[in-house]
Write a protein that binds this ligand. Structure first.
Ligand SMILES: Cc1cc2nc3c(=O)[nH]c(=O)nc-3n(C[C@H](O)[C@H](O)[C@H](O)COP(=O)(O)OP(=O)(O)OC[C@H]3O[C@@H](n4cnc5c(N)ncnc54)[C@H](O)[C@@H]3O)c2cc1C
Length: 372
């Protein structure tokens, strides 16, 4: 490609694609990926969008959560118009369950926090929980407490990624996929181009690295260090003959997400296994036991698929979002850990502002790249 782009985005997961969509009216945008876009963590995720409110938000992370959550409904409608693809955004609500004293204590704490944050949440008796999800009848006697979050939503992330890509294509964003490992070329304090393993060298005025769990290794040759670790999450997919409940069901860190067509996604493990994306027998078994122990209809006979993805996690739980230190035209957005699908809309908005040298909606310094 001989033309010079205004924006070169390295990594086409949900963060890179959302940013491309946000930037497409501000200049010529290119997305480069080592494989087909939308195949990594963003595809692997469950698509849960937990509610967040700006009402009492003080810290930038709370503001990012609130902004992102608030944008999703509008994005779903806009993506439908721009791409003709339904991204599966649905306000499905969620039920949190506690069956052990430990879970009860943690759920009580969570309830208080949610109420303080201005998020709608109602305590439920076991009986009322069963009214919302009849399949819970089998464990009704074991439920110590439950809570109902009516604002919780979900997207079908594979659909969302398709919608984002199609919207970008329809708005003139160019894609260079299956390029193998890509490297940034530096001249003084300026990134001049991205060089791909297939021999392409593409120039852009500004670059943003959005390579998820692989971001650290991509920017290390430029002398930029971030402290991230890939955290593997295994998932199961079931297919029931028909949908039997709507709300997302949580217990502890695990969840069951029902789709409208009878598919049910169950997740997830939290493991440090390097860049190994394989599933393990023990991981699959523990998720199967969890799912079956809550919704008896979810059993081996209707298990259709299992997979794992790598969440990009940072040492302090905050994403990295900002300008690369000591360089004139490089930005980085990564480490959204368990909330990258949720945070993608707000991240795209804020990153597009700082890439265009505008003042962001709020202070992004807690997310700065040089914090370690
Ligand atoms: C099991 C699981 C469940 C999850 N559930 C949820 C959920 O319910 N809700 C939620 O909000 N979040 C969820 N997440 C988290 C969310 O999926 C991630 O935070 C998010 O997808 C990260 O997006 P990303 O674009 O940064 O990274 P990725 O989606 O990993 O994309 C990175 C891209 O960079 C490309 N790349 C890598 N190296 C290079 C290179 N050298 N050159 C060019 N391209 C490169 C990759 O090919 C890939 O396309 C979940 C994650 C997992 C694994």
């Amino acid at each position: 490609m001989s033309e010079t782009f205004d924006f070169g985005i390295l990594g086409g997961g949900v963060i890179g694609l959302s940013l491309a969509r946000e930037l497409c009216n501000r200049g010529r945008v290119l997305v480069v990926d080592r494989q087909n876009v939308g195949q990594e963590a963003s595809w692997a995720g469950a698509g849960i969008l937990p509610p967040a409110s700006a009402k009492n938000a003080i810290h930038s992370r709370e503001k990012l959560l609130a902004l992102s959550f608030q944008l999703h409904e509008a994005w779903a409608a806009e993506l439908m118009q721009e791409s003709g693809i339904d991204n599966g955004f649905r306000k499905c609500g969620a039920i949190h369950l506690a069956r052990t004293p430990g879970e009860l204590a943690s759920l009580n704490g969570q309830l208080l926090e949610l109420q303080e944050d201005g998020i709608q949440v109602t305590p439920l008796t076991a009986e009322l929980a069963v009214k919302r999800v009849p399949s819970l009848a089998a464990i009704q006697h074991k439920i110590l407490a439950a809570a109902w979050l009516p604002q919780e939503a979900q997207i079908r992330n594979p659909w969302h990624l398709q919608a984002l890509k199609q919207s970008c294509i329809n708005q003139g964003v160019q894609f260079l996929e299956n390029q193998g490992h890509c490297q940034l070329r530096l001249q003084g304090s300026n990134v001049t181009s991205v060089q791909t393993e297939t021999g392409e060298e593409i120039s852009a005025k500004r670059f943003c690295v959005t390579a998820g769990a692989w971001t650290a290794e991509l920017i290390a040759p430029l002398g930029i260090q971030i402290s991230t670790v890939p955290v593997r999450g295994q998932m199961l997919l079931f297919k029931l003959p028909e949908p039997i409940f709507t709300p997302i069901i949580y217990e502890g860190t695990r969840y069951i997400v029902a789709r409208e067509d009878g598919h049910v996604v169950v997740g997830s493990t939290l493991e440090e296994a390097g860049f190994d994306k394989s599933t393990s027998e023990s991981g699959v078994k523990s998720l199967l036991n969890f799912a079956n122990g809550i919704v008896p209809e979810l059993n081996e006979s209707n298990l259709v698929q299992s997979w794992a993805g790598l969440r990009p996690a940072s040492f302090d739980g905050f994403p990295y979002m900002g300008a690369a230190p000591h360089l004139d035209n490089l930005w980085i957005a990564t480490a959204h850990f368990r909330s990258g699908l949720l945070l993608s809309t707000g991240t795209a908005k804020l990153m597009s502002q700082i890439l265009c040298h505008e003042t962001p909606l709020f202070d992004l310094s807690p997310f700065r790249i040089d914090r370690g």
